[in-house]
Design a protein around this ligand. Structure first.
Ligand code: SF4
Length: 61
């Protein structure tokens, strides 16, 4: 599964705190997801971060 942060991100930092292996904050103060495929133990953590986003700005495919 791959993750994307859409333009709805408000830069709260929750996703990067919950799953720093997949999400990081950019210099612009918004979140960005790694481009790699996410699977295994990391997937659960990334999905938790996705569901924790207060504005549902994290998309996955
Ligand atoms: S949790 Fe959502 S709003 Fe907060 S930084 Fe991550 S993508 Fe942006």
């Amino acid at each position: 599964m791959k993750f994307f942060v859409n333009s709805g991100c408000i830069g709260c930092g929750l996703c990067a705190g919950a799953c720093p292996e997949v999400f990081e904050m950019t210099d612009e103060g918004l979140a960005k997801a790694i481009e790699d495929e996410v699977d295994g133990a990391l997937l659960e953590s990334a999905l938790d971060a996705q569901s924790g986003c207060p504005v549902s700005a994290i998309e996955a495919q």
